[in-house]
Design a binder for this molecule. Structure first.
Ligand code: ATP
Ligand code: MG
Length: 667
């Protein structure tokens, strides 16, 4: 991407300074950047001491003597659950609401910090009674109900390791994750609510365990859907039967800072999911720090709502650990945004007075598709800050989000990070940064990011390249579960001079340099702001020009008839690769022109926005795009269609029928 790349995104010139009142009351001040720049490692040590309770204080901050395996705060000990619960109660905040939970079917439950602490203590006693000890793995396969959060914290309290598997995954996906982690216990529910119906979960667990050879000893079942379930005596236990017999007192023991906290499998957008391992002290430090500063959290007055499922890293870091470590009050919602009506999310914002709202571009674009008349029916004036995560947010979607949801005044933080990074790495700080729609902007204080050319040297702005993290960070992954070779190979081989790999000569790097390769492409502009361009694997090469999917998609989404777009490069005899676009038209625009007219219009529009080189060879008008269950577009499947190949692995697809519909249409 270093040469011949097209900088159309950089033509985005709209700028939004922090509103004066927001800036005046902001949690973060510019001093954070200065302190971090002076001494990065000391900055993280100070932050860890300031934000967390340590049973035994640490004296060592970072041990990077055996890269790529880092240790942070290694001689300190802490209990992660104590940090999220007991200490807030002891500080007199027991009556503060931890979360307002809303079931899809209208059930509600509110838990204060004192109540949540008591529930977690009982659950920890229950897990201990079932033989769960430090280091044991527990699979959690639950809907978005309070017991999901309670279970995670109960596992953490015992120093055990959770592996949360998204409730929408099949029994085969669950089985492979149970086997990979050798889990002893599964916590599940009879069923959960989704799209107005109960979907079974216990059935899928039974299917996963059917051949009897798994490492699972017990299945703990929460009653939620009231659907019928099969029962295996001796193995299966009802949560409600067991929990009532448990003591509400439980002493949290301290564990080493590097004690494993969880394994989480990546979304699988680019291939087979990887079991990413995170540990305790460094992870909790960075999620607490970013949650506080990026979201400008005022814990006494804010109501925070992150819409992610706990099955994704965003749910781990910004529903469970970050907000609870900071004593925040949250909203948690079980269901889908359009059940029982298209305004459900906006209704919840009005009902609970949500002040900070964090969601994904895919959701924002789906609301754009329906139109502003739905959110306009609700009072969203409590909102003061919006966030985005998961994919690049197209400038047009950013503007829509700010205008329609944010009342034309809220800052938006576009947060770049990954399952592997554990916490936010690149983001504006909303009281300090002048915002640029479409750019994630700057590394957070204490994080070192570089944009490199293929040869491993830093690119000269304004220019595109490959995004790396150049220094270890507290919440970094500690490995891929059970696969150290894949860990080295996937993230560290390209731009690092590792002890064993230095002789191979394969990496593009100077001796002694160790850099984490994120797999994403990015531009850096002359202000030093970073613009994410999508996966490196998705970059196209058209007649020797390197084009980013994100740029062409953003150009398409900037046309008023377009709600969503996905672009891929398809093999082409003349140009090497040709640009092929898949486009969803906004509901109220669908009858304004034929598909052929819309295609022609949009091809010209891309030429006008970027240039003739980016003109899509074909534009297909479709009703849906293939997405993972966390809402990311799976471009590799569209590439299979565009190149007339058999469609690849679709197991992490949210709706497996989508690909059939798209390929039938194109045939
Ligand atoms: P897999 O690694 O299995 O293919 P995945 O990368 O989709 O799955 P995640 O860890 O959930 O799994 O996603 C991280 C990726 O999401 C990043 O590498 C980046 O491509 C994208 N991403 C996340 N946030 C942003 C953002 N704010 N802007 C641009 N891209 C983002
Ligand atoms: Mg990834």
């Amino acid at each position: 991407m270093s040469r011949n790349s097209i900088d159309s995104l950089l033509l985005e010139t709209r700028r939004f300074a922090p509103p004066p009142e927001f800036a005046a009351n902001a949690i973060a001040d510019a001093d954070l950047y200065e302190r971090a720049a002076q001494d990065r490692v000391q900055f993280w040590a100070d932050t860890a001491r300031e934000l967390l309770h340590w049973h035994d204080p640490f004296t060592q901050t970072l041990d990077w003597s055996n890269p790529p395996f880092a240790k942070w705060f290694a001689d300190g000990t802490l209990n992660v659950a104590y940090n999220c619960l007991d200490r807030h109660v002891l500080a007199g905040h027991g009556d503060r609401v931890a979360f307002h939970w809303e079931g899809e079917n209208g059930d509600t439950r509110t838990l204060t910090y004192a109540e949540l602490t008591a529930e977690v203590k009982k659950a920890a006693n229950l897990l201990a009674a079932l033989g769960i000890h430090q280091g044991d793995r527990v699979a959690i396969y639950l809907p978005m109900i309070p017991e999901a959060v309670i279970s995670m914290l109960a596992v953490a309290r015992l120093g055990a390791v959770h592996s949360v598997v998204f409730g929408g995954f099949s029994s085969e996906s669950l089985r492979s994750r149970i086997d990979d982690a050798q889990a002893k216990l599964v916590i599940t529910a009879d069923g959960g609510w989704r799209k107005g119906k109960v979907f079974p979960l216990k059935d899928a667990v039974d299917g996963a365990l059917a051949n009897g050879t798994s490492t699972i000893e017990h299945v703990l079942v929460v009653k939620r859907g009231n659907n019928d379930v099969e029962w295996t005596e001796g193995r299966d236990l009802w949560w409600h039967d067991e929990i009532v017999t448990m003591d509400a007192e439980h002493t949290a023991h301290a564990f080493e800072a590097e004690n494993p906290l969880f394994i989480l499998y990546t979304s699988g957008t680019t291939g087979k999911p990887k079991g990413i391992l995170h540990t305790s002290g460094g992870y909790l430090t960075q999620v607490a720090f970013t949650h506080k500063n990026v979201f400008d959290l005022h814990p006494e007055t804010d109501i925070f709502w992150c819409t992610a499922d706990v099955g994704w890293v965003t749910g781990h870091s910004y529903v469970v650990y970050g907000p609870l470590a900071n004593g925040a009050t949250q909203v948690i919602y079980e269901g889908t945004p359009d059940t029982p009506h298209a305004g459900r999310w906006w209704e919840l914002i009005e009902k609970y007075g949500v002040t900070i709202f964090y969601t994904a571009p895919t959701a924002i674009r789906s609301f754009m598709k329906i139109g502003r008349q739905v959110p306009n029916q609700f009072d969203l004036s409590s909102l003061r800050l919006l966030g985005s995560v998961g994919e690049p947010i197209n400038p047009e979607a950013w503007i829509w989000y700010r205008d329609v949801i944010g009342g034309g005044h809220t800052p938006i933080v576009d947060t770049w990070w990954q399952t592997e990074t554990g916490a936010i790495m690149i983001s504006a700080l909303p009281g300090l940064t002048t915002l640029k729609p479409g750019s994630a902007q700057v590394p957070i204080p204490g994080i070192k990011i570089d944009i490199l050319g293929d040869d491993g040297t830093r690119v000269d702005p304004p220019r595109g390249g490959l995004l790396v993290v150049s220094e270890p960070w507290p919440s970094m992954l500690r490995g891929i579960w059970g696969d150290p070779d894949r860990f080295r190979e996937t993230y560290w081989s390209k731009f690092s001079d590792l002890p064993e790999s230095s002789s191979s000569g394969a990496s593009a790097t100077a001796p002694g340099q160790i850099r984490y390769f994120a797999g994403d492409g990015a531009h850096v502009d002359t202000d030093g702001d970073i613009w994410l361009l999508g996966r490196v694997d998705d970059v196209m090469n058209v007649s020797g020009h390197r084009l980013s999917t994100t740029e062409i998609e953003s150009a398409l989404v900037s046309h008023p008839i377009v709600a969503e777009a996905a672009v891929v490069g398809a093999a082409d005899e003349a140009s090497g690769q040709a640009v092929v676009a898949f486009v969803i038209i906004k509901s109220n625009q669908q009858h304004a022109q034929t598909a052929d007219e819309a295609s022609a219009l949009l091809r010209d529009h891309v030429v006008g926005q970027i240039g003739a080189i980016a003109r899509p060879k074909r534009v297909f008008i479709v009703a849906e795009l293939p997405k993972t269950r966390s809402g990311k577009i799976m471009r590799r499947l569209l590439q299979d269609v565009a190149e007339g190949r058999e469609i690849g692995d679709t197991t992490t697809l949210a709706d497996s029928t989508v690909m059939q519909i798209i390929s039938d249409k194109l045939r």
